[in-house]
Ligand binder design. Structure first.
Ligand code: GLU
Ligand code: MG
Length: 452
């Protein structure tokens, strides 16, 4: 992790000054600067455009208590970060700059958090992601990440129509058109946008990118979805499960790796064309799935989504093109590289923490032989497949005991993420199934939910 030195601050300020005229031409008058806290909530400070050079150099203040804000915004006082003291600097990454809403005069930036003396903040999620990318590159590997986002619209007179229905597309044609326009205006490359299976559920897939850009784009895409949904009088919920009898919202992550330009997931002599290192990657991820769940599925309600036979893939298995396998190898085809879909993740996951952890595992010694079980075909139900942790406490236990994740995250990040998950367990203890689902039906939460 890098210290924010005086020289770096000056470079940042100069770059920011150069960016201002172009931003003014695009109608930007103010900037939203976000990070994503341990609970997966994007938090924000906004500044006038004219302040960008100063903010790019010095950052803007943000209290470390922000990582103790829970899934509904409330703070559980039992966490060590639930304290009034101290402050951090939220330092925007100018490479992430994008248009949030040109008509309303808003630009957007992702940020890292530093201490006031410029040192990196050891519990910052985006710095962790950055660090793991660097370590992966140092190990000679290149990773590309594509993200999927599913959401459900809440409100009145919603676009109606069947699962994947063209009728629903037509009913929501203006909405999806406005969303596509917002993505294009933000220069956010997307691959697919369409109705999903559940009522008023939609899905967006983003083009593959480097890990930091991929995580940033997942955050920005969600903001754009919320913004456009609101303009149409609806609210977009990324809750893992909005109603007991429905399919959930996934946040699947697609990853592919190369060494020296050569793909690891295709062109090899292993099963389904995997190279030896590709097999190592699938094996290490498979082995670590229980621990990863605490990052990929961070809410108690996340585990209500992970039902068998709901395409949420709650078994510790991998498969080739198998939608019920937690790790689904997609061998690729014309114009598409082979990639691995990490299917269990939901849309409440903090993408920086999740991608950082996936990279840490990928940088592990992939050549080390690990037994890779045969890929599973068909529905794992009734095939004796091992079930993944079926609740958050079990996932926390697996995460806390994972030596590699605890080492690479460092004590502060590792401990405070565990505390945040434990707070989520306490928040939900004693809630009936209905009350649990209702408590995060709209997620990120509304004020009403926070107050109630
Ligand atoms: N909605 C499903 C989930 O909870 C995923 C559906 C799909 O395969 O895209 O993850
Ligand atoms: Mg989907």
């Amino acid at each position: 992790m890098t210290l924010l030195s005086a020289a770096q601050r000056q470079i940042q300020a100069e770059r920011a000054r150069e960016l201002i005229p172009g931003l003014q031409d695009r109608g930007v008058r103010q900037l939203a600067i976000t990070f994503v806290n341990h609970a997966g909530l994007p938090l924000v400070k906004a500044v006038p455009l004219a302040r960008l050079p100063r903010v790019a150099a010095e950052g803007v203040g943000f209290s470390p208590v922000a990582d103790a804000f829970g899934a509904t915004g409330a703070i559980d006082p039992a966490q060590s970060l639930a304290r009034p003291d101290g402050d951090l600097r939220l330092v925007p990454d100018l490479d992430s700059l994008a248009l949030l809403d040109g008509e309303a005069g808003w630009g957007w930036l992702a940020a890292d958090r530093h201490q006031q003396n410029g040192e990196p903040y050891a519990a910052d999620q985006r710095l962790f992601c950055r660090d793991r990318r660097q370590a992966l590159e140092a190990a000679g590997l290149e990773i590309r990440i594509g993200g999927e986002i599913e959401w459900v619209l809440l409100g009145d007179d919603l676009p109606a129509g069947g699962p994947y229905g063209a009728d629903r597309l037509l009913d929501g044609l203006d909405y999806l058109g406005a969303l596509a326009a917002a993505l294009d205006a933000a220069d956010l490359p997307w691959l697919q946008l369409h109705p999903e299976y559940g009522p008023a559920q939609f899905e967006l897939s983003l083009a593959a990118a480097g890990p930091l850009a991929a995580a940033d784009r997942l955050v920005l895409a969600r903001l754009l979805i919320q913004r456009v949904s609101r303009r149409f009088g609806w609210r977009a919920s990324f809750s893992p499960l909005v109603a007991a009898d429905r399919v959930g919202n996934g946040g699947h992550v697609h990853l592919s790796l190369r060494r020296g330009g050569e793909p690891l997931l295709s062109g090899g002599a292993g099963v389904a064309g995997l190279t030896a290192e590709g097999e190592g990657l699938v094996a290490v991820l498979l082995e670590s799935l229980p621990a990863l769940l605490a990052l990929a599925c961070p809410l108690v309600v996340s585990y209500r989504r992970l039902q068998p036979s709901h395409w949420a893939a709650p078994f510790q298995v991998w498969g080739v093109e198998n939608r019920e396998a937690a790790l689904r190898l997609i061998p690729g085809g014309p114009g598409e590289a082979a990639h691995l879909e990490f299917k269990i993740a939901d849309a409440a996951a903090n993408p920086y923490l999740l991608l950082g952890a996936l990279m840490a595992l990928a940088a592990d010694d992939l050549a080390r032989p690990r037994p890779l079980p045969a890929p599973l075909t068909g529905d794992p139900v009734g095939q004796g497949a091992p079930r993944l942790p079926s609740d958050l406490p079990a996932a926390i236990t697996a995460f806390a005991a994972h030596p590699l994740l605890s080492r690479v995250m460092g004590p502060l990040l590792h401990r405070t993420v565990i505390e945040a998950r434990e707070a989520e367990v306490r928040r939900c203890s004693g809630l009936s199934d209905g009350a649990l689902i209702a408590s995060t039906r709209l997620w990120p939460p509304s004020e009403r939910q926070v107050e109630g």
